[in-house]
Ligand binder design. Structure first.
Ligand SMILES: Cc1cc2nc3c(=O)[nH]c(=O)nc-3n(C[C@H](O)[C@H](O)[C@H](O)COP(=O)(O)OP(=O)(O)OC[C@H]3O[C@@H](n4cnc5c(N)ncnc54)[C@H](O)[C@@H]3O)c2cc1C
Length: 326
């Protein structure tokens, strides 16, 4: 889905690109629920799966809806960093820490969270934000692990305990060349969840009539941070409610072709742009690098201004971007 079709303050559906044929299509909808998740894919280091690039926020904003708390991104402190790990979740070390503790070490192989108000002594006690803060500060002080994070070690835990807790997962780690009894792994804070998003009322409706939102796309349910485990519950509870309320207020829309004409024209033009100009994959990587450097957990006025200027420049370059069409 590329854009929402809104006319006279009312959502009428969406414009989308049919991925198999590359054709632009319109979707007429009596009510629309934005459930496109968060935006953590905008960061170089992230736990995002495909499509977590904030599309829903962008299309809602273009349509005139309001966003709130967009500055609140939760960073998961011990995302996998190195060595290379294929086919496994980058936040997989969380259950390891819940069950087995593990030692979080700086580049000098010293435990350090006690210097930031959270002594652990081999247990998992430190909160996500404190751990993120502590790891960033250690890296900043030149005490990071080789790839710019921290070490996480389970070497002191007997192999039988590791196997009892994680059986087949240990084999998958072995296939990745990781033997936890003999080596620490490197971890680093990664963008994980977005607390901000669309502003909705009690009926989960945005400021645009018949445009609803649910799940991580909604802003404000968690405040500036989120308790681990709340997000799926939130998505289920508010998702069900948004669906019901949207269905109840749905108004018949037979055809959005006319209302969608301006959106379709942009889409057709973009999809047909020949090779040459900026490369989309490189542009995404550049955006992720900007976000990682200047819009991470530590932000300064100077860094945010630098990021804004760089993103403005990228936006100005967009019209020359190749989309591979013919
Ligand atoms: C690795 C990981 C582990 C997590 N573990 C937990 C946990 O243990 N407990 C917990 O409570 N929370 C957890 N979370 C958070 C939780 O999973 C998410 O907040 C929740 O799944 C959000 O649900 P959602 O339906 O709002 O969005 P999503 O599940 O992100 O779904 C959004 C959907 O929209 C689609 N989409 C996006 N843009 C477009 C577009 N332009 N056109 C068409 N489709 C689009 C996406 O493809 C996706 O299918 C975890 C998150 C991650 C990344």
């Amino acid at each position: 889905v590329i854009d929402l079709v809104v006319q006279d303050g009312r959502a009428l559906g969406a414009v989308a690109l049919h991925l198999e044929t590359g054709q632009a299509v319109t979707i007429a909808a009596g009510a629309t629920v934005i459930a496109t998740g968060g935006l953590t894919g905008l960061y170089h280091r992230n736990s995002a799966s495909a499509n977590m690039g904030g599309d829903g926020f962008a299309m809602a904003l273009r349509a005139g809806a309001e966003l709130i708390d967009m500055e609140f991104v939760q960073f998961f402190p011990i995302g996998h960093l190195a060595p290379r790990l294929i086919g496994m979740d980058p936040i997989m070390w969380d259950p390891f820490r819940y069950k087995l503790g593990g030692r979080l070490l700086n580049g000098e192989m010293q435990e350090f969270t006690q210097n930031y108000g959270a002594a652990e002594d081999g247990k998992y006690l430190v909160t996500r934000d404190t751990a993120t803060y502590a790891i960033f500060k250690e890296v900043e002080a030149g005490r990071g692990s080789p790839h710019g994070g921290a070490w996480l070690s389970f070497e002191h835990i007997p192999e039988t305990d590791l196997r009892a807790a994680f059986g087949p997962v240990i084999d998958r780690l072995t296939n990745n060349g990781i033997d936890l009894t003999r080596m620490p792994i490197e971890v680093s804070p990664i963008a994980h969840y977005h607390m901000g998003g669309l502003r909705v009322n009690d009926a989960l409706e945005t400021s645009i009539k018949n445009l609803f939102a649910a799940g991580e796309a909604v802003g404000g349910a968690n405040g500036a941070n989120r308790l681990s485990g709340n997000a799926i519950t939130e998505a289920f509870v508010f998702g069900e409610l948004a669906g019901r309320l949207a269905a109840a207020t749905s108004e018949e829309v037979k055809d959005v072709s006319d209302a969608a004409t301006p959106f379709l024209a942009v889409l057709e033009e973009t999809a047909c742009r020949p090779e040459g100009g900026a490369n989309p994959a490189e542009a995404i990587a550049e955006l992720q690098a900007i976000m990682q450097r200047d819009v991470g957990p530590f932000r300064t006025n100077e860094g945010l201004r630098r990021a804004l200027a760089a993103i403005d420049q990228m936006a100005a370059d967009l019209p020359s971007m190749a989309t591979g069409g013919s």
